[in-house]
Design a protein around this ligand. Structure first.
Ligand code: ADP
Ligand code: MG
Ligand code: MG
Length: 314
């Protein structure tokens, strides 16, 4: 079976690459995803028929502070530069081996037949491992959500989409947000500047809630600010406590990565053989058909004085 790779190529480079590089090496096939900043297509590496996933990034959609000057490659989108520097089993690579059938967590949640805490814990702790790795490199992803996590048939997950990522520093604050509104922390929605990790923990909490309950915890700004949880069915106390701690409206009281070390729910055993062969966990339809129109758009806003000034980017 051909391997699947993931590579990121810039749209305007296609002209240059077209006369020698990209199109000599790769054939572009059908579209599998479209986001605010470009589109993602299947492709084939010509020399060995290896399946690849190619992300085309619209340079014009990249904000000025999301560019990076690399000593070797020159001016690159930060998203591309970051991927060249990262190496972890739960983080996508610039060029990676086949990873599942291209299912993301959004789609998985959609098809999930019965909710199972052990399996949720197994996937969620890989997300935590990936984010802990990023934070140890002083990188915040800033767009953690179900559709930016892909998984394979063995429930191994990888974090993708570094289009909103940035380097952070303790004591230094961001004054712009460029992520997904439904995953944005209440203090940031209300116009407060933020260090980074506390915003990420909130988004992780929204992702956990969505994975567990199959619906968003908050659907608009008012609901996010109110931050009251109305789960559609009961789960274990340990799980509900973790969800509520991650979704604590006060950033200083919110669960941190450190707080999760040794958490019993997070480290519970999971027997993967129990889920083997369950067709609901396998991808059948082309990705873009499965996803429909339900994807929340990525939004960005810049703080002008005390108020966030919002513009939807798609
Ligand atoms: P955007 O910044 O536009 O959101 P993403 O990098 O998130 O772009 O890619 C858009 C979608 O394409 C993802 O949500 C995912 O479904 C799909 N996708 C991206 N990279 C891969 C990959 N390596 N393997 C499978 N699917 C992918
Ligand atoms: Mg994305
Ligand atoms: Mg993105």
């Amino acid at each position: 079976e051909a391997a699947r790779c993931n590579s990121t190529v810039m749209e305007e480079d296609l002209d240059r690459l077209g006369s020698g590089e990209y199109s000599d090496y790769y054939t572009t096939l059908q579209s599998i995803g479209k986001g605010a900043f470009g589109f993602v297509k299947m492709g084939r590496r010509n020399k060995d028929d290896t399946q690849v996933v190619v992300k085309f990034i619209r340079k014009s959609k990249i904000f000025s502070n999301n560019w990076w000057t690399d000593p070797e490659y020159g001016r690159l989108p930060l998203e591309v530069a970051l991927l060249t520097q990262l190496s972890h089993q739960n983080i996508v690579k610039m060029v990676m081996e086949k990873h599942g059938s291209g299912m993301d967590l959004f789609e998985f949640i959609d098809r999930q037949p019965n909710f199972d805490e052990a399996l949720a814990s197994y996937m969620f702790r890989q997300l935590i491992d990936g984010v802990a790795y990023l934070h140890s490199k002083m990188i915040v992803h800033r767009d953690i959500k179900d559709e930016n996590v892909i998984l394979n048939e063995r429930f191994q997950i990888k974090i993708i989409d570094f289009g909103s990522a940035a380097y952070f520093e303790r004591g230094k604050v961001f004054s712009t947000f460029c992520g997904t509104l439904e995953y944005c922390a209440p203090e940031v929605i209300q116009g407060n500047k933020y260090e980074g990790p506390e915003l990420e923990m909130w988004a992780i909490g929204v992702t956990l809630y969505t994975l567990v309950f199959g619906e968003n915890p908050f659907y608009d700004i008012e609901e996010t600010i109110e931050a009251s949880l109305k789960p559609p069915f009961p789960v274990s106390n340990e799980l509900m406590q973790l969800v509520a701690w991650l979704l604590h409206p006060e950033p200083e009281w919110r669960c941190t990565l450190k707080n999760m070390v040794g958490n019993a729910w997070l480290h519970q055993p999971c027997d993967l053989s129990e889920y083997k062969g369950n067709r609901s966990y396998q991808k059948e339809c082309p990705h873009h058909i499965m996803k429909g129109e339900a994807n929340p758009p990525t939004i960005s806003f810049t703080f002008l004085g005390d108020f966030p000034y919002g513009t939807a980017t798609n």
